[in-house]
Design a protein around this ligand. Structure first.
Ligand SMILES: [Zn+2]
Length: 179
């Protein structure tokens, strides 16, 4: 299952997860994951190999997404931080695979829905560990609201993607000049 409207440009699993709530700037944000079924579909699309929906806990998933959004907007409460930490403890382990110069990290497939949430939570912890938390940025377009990790030099990236908001801005500038 592939959602028509999922955007994976955030640069990190946990950021993409927050971006599943769209139009966050508006009074009525748009939910692209209205059910636990769609949530599992999104996880699989994002490379989280959740194999079982038996323990799908939709409300915890939404709570995690809210906590991550607060984290990225630098307004997370102690309870939200505790939730992220709590879930991240259930993340599947990452192991090294290979030898010599050919080494990659492989994350064991989470067996459970909670493990999948753990993997998303652990991704946010890793962002913080790597000093990337301050680089989580809101797209500069006023009607976007998508988050992304700005890894550009000098931190000058403005848009969630050039194809989307970068172009929208270019067109707007052009029209302004030629009015
Ligand atoms: Zn944007």
């Amino acid at each position: 299952m592939r959602g028509v409207d999922w955007i994976m440009d955030g640069g990190a699993l946990s950021v993409d997860f927050v971006n599943t709530l769209r139009d966050r700037w508006s009074d009525v944000p748009r939910e692209t994951l209205p059910t636990s079924r769609s949530m599992i579909g999104w996880m699989q699309s994002a490379g989280v190999a959740v194999s079982s929906s038996a323990d799908a806990d939709y409300s915890t998933a939404l709570a995690l997404r809210g906590a991550l959004e607060a984290l990225f907007e630098h307004r997370a409460s102690a309870a939200e931080i505790a939730l992220i930490n709590d879930l991240s403890r259930d993340a599947p382990r990452a192991t090294l695979v290979g030898a010599g110069t050919d080494i990659t990290a492989k994350i064991d497939a989470p067996a459970s829905f909670r493990g999948a949430l753990g993997q998303i939570a652990a991704d946010a912890v890793t962002l913080a560990t790597n000093g990337l938390l301050p680089r989580v940025t809101v797209c500069h377009h006023e009607r976007c609201g998508l988050l992304f990790v700005d890894t550009s030099r000098g931190r000058r990236r403005q848009w969630c993607s050039m194809q989307r908001c970068g172009n929208r801005a270019k067109v707007a500038r052009f029209q302004e000049r030629h009015r």
